[in-house]
Design a protein around this ligand. Structure first.
Ligand code: NAD
Ligand code: ZN
Length: 364
């Protein structure tokens, strides 16, 4: 039997388990038996993941007497639209899904966000399961119940809070993930170390080789820790009233950079640059010693993540793009800045010139 780890997300009647099991997809019949037995299921997946992993899942579902249909969309953020979500729902109707049926997301964050959103609105809400297959979706997007799609006006502008029944993580699926996608996920892992867990940060520093060589034992441990940290943040603040905002460390700057690069700079890389800017700002405002910035940036660089803002962007442009962000409430600039390695504060109302200067120091 596979070694299995479990993280409980405590949200009263919406509580659920995150199972982390190497080879978990092979064992999916045993794991999903109670949930999926004899139910009609719609597997949502993308054109890259479908040929790799759908068959295993379909077999497992058949084994527990669940009938499954699939919806496959072309891989990529461009397809994370309300139109695709509607299409998923229409496929659900054509496949005979009713209120007792199940939607299963098999893929990365794009897949989980859309399948979850479809589950939230299909017949006013049906159950769904997350089977994340990217590092980012394992440590971040599959936990916490945020689902949604993009509009031409911006990312994630429509969506719903909709918690899954279970999250099944099989770290073995990382073996087929392109290295660049692994690095992007690692940016979020470093983020957890910076915001909540200095010990995790040290563990990453000491084990860069294991991370780069895709040591699955080590990944299982790291993924579990990240899920525990996110689960705790979500437990305390399910709907982002306050504390959940610390998860935006590096993201306020990162989103602006991503946007200005027309999404040429991948999310994880933009977040890495954003964390570098945040640390620079924390040094400039006297919150932390330079040592913290150096340590953070050294780890990012060891993991092949950028600490210099690339893409020929002007600091002022980045600042203006930040002010446009939907999370910049009431036009007061709000950033998450480090206090130590392992804790951060939400800081409001910094002077424009100070922010721009910190960005400038991180530009190439
Ligand atoms: N809901 C949340 O709380 C939350 C949090 C963070 C990010 N997100 C969202 O997540 C999305 C990004 O997620 P992502 O980076 O996982 O994107 P993604 O789903 O597009 O996956 C990235 C790429 O990896 C491929 N892929 C996935 N699994 C694979 C595997 N095992 N082997 C080979 N290829 C594989 C995909 O086909 C795709 O090309 C964004 O839309 C972002 O808004 C949501
Ligand atoms: Zn992110």
């Amino acid at each position: 039997m596979t070694l299995m780890d479990n993280v409980r997300v405590q949200l009263e009647e919406r509580s659920y388990d995150i199972l982390i099991a190497q080879g978990g997809l092979q064992q999916a019949a045993g794991i999903l038996q109670n949930l999926a037995a004899s139910r009609r299921c719609l597997i949502v997946t993308d054109s890259n993941v479908q040929p790799l992993y759908e068959k295993q899942l379909k077999l497992a579902l058949a084994e527990v007497g669940a009938e499954s249909a699939n919806y496959v969309y072309p891989a990529g953020e461009e397809y994370k639209t309300p139109e695709t979500v509607i299409d998923i729902c229409r496929k659900g109707v054509r496949s005979g899904l009713d209120r007792k049926s199940l939607i299963i997301a098999l893929g990365g964050g794009v897949c989980g966000d859309m399948a979850g959103f479809a589950a939230a609105v299909y017949m006013r809400g049906i159950d769904f399961i997350q089977i994340p297959t990217t590092l980012l979706s394992m440590v971040d997007s599959s936990v916490g119940g945020k689902t949604g799609a993009d509009l031409p006006e911006g990312k994630n502008l429509v969506g719903a809070f909709w918690q899954p029944q279970i999250v099944l993580i099989d770290p073995e699926t990382l073996l087929t993930l392109p290295y660049g996608e692994i690095c992007c996920g690692l940016a979020e892992v470093v983020k957890y170390g910076m915001i909540l867990d200095g010990e995790l940060f040290s563990l990453l520093e000491q084990n860069c080789e294991k991370l780069k060589n895709l040591d699955l034992e080590f990944y299982s441990k790291i993924i579990k820790r990240c899920c525990e940290l996110k689960a705790e943040v979500v437990r305390r603040d399910e709907r982002e009233g306050g504390m959940r905002a610390i998860l935006n460390y590096g993201h306020t700057f990162g989103h602006a950079i991503e946007l200005l690069s027309n999404f040429e700079i991948a999310h994880g890389k933009a977040v890495s640059m954003g964390m570098s800017v945040a640390a620079s700002l924390a040094v400039d405002t006297g919150r932390v010693e330079k040592e913290l910035q150096l340590r953070q940036n050294a780890l990012l660089e060891k993991l092949d993540l950028p600490v210099k803002v690339s893409g020929d962007l002007e600091p002022e442009e980045i600042y203006n793009a930040m002010m446009q962000d939907k999370k910049t409430l009431g036009k007061i600039i709000r950033v998450v800045l480090p206090d130590t390695i392992g804790s951060v504060s939400i800081v409001d109302g910094l002077e424009k010139d100070v922010v721009i200067e910190a960005i400038r120091k991180c530009c190439e």
